[in-house]
Design a protein around this ligand. Sequence first.
Ligand SMILES: [Zn+2]
Ligand SMILES: [Zn+2]
Length: 189
Amino acid sequence: MKLFVDRLKQTPAELAFGPDDPGWAEVLESVPELRGALAEPPSVTLRAHRMGQDAYLEGVLTGALELECSRCLVRYRSPLREPFRLVLEPAGGRVPAEPEAARDLARLGMCLGDELELGWFEGPAIDLRSLLREVVALAVPVQPLCREDCRGLCPRCGVDRNRETCGCEAERPASPFAALAALRRRQEP
Ligand SMILES: [Zn+2]
Ligand SMILES: [Zn+2]
């Protein structure tokens, strides 16, 4: 998953890493959130060009995920599509303060800063695996939802409220304040 920074020109060059690229193994392994969630191996296409001393990269990661809805626990398939862009400037002998970034710069010829959009490179070629690891990690939702308005499971009887209606809803007090008031009334002598 290499990009030859020294060969970049002002007009963008197109680059693609398909699902069969051997570099994915390390990328995917280093994202624990992804375990069991990959329905289709990812691929990435990107365009890179030079801007003065800097390298400008912009691309998109695509694939498919299979996730478990955090509200109703149904497993669903979701397209994976994560655009990204970043500017890499020459490290020029600087060493990143963060140990992981320093390791990446030495091993892969590039490292990311605090922001994904900025980084440093060193040498003629960079390996994009650390960047793709971050992009993949961003693409996995923290709270997966099978659909925006998923009604979830009933907290009392456990039915899937997307498919069935239960009687519990009606019994529930209108607001948490009402529940509190009822509790207070009960506690009064
Ligand atoms: Zn759901
Ligand atoms: Zn219920």
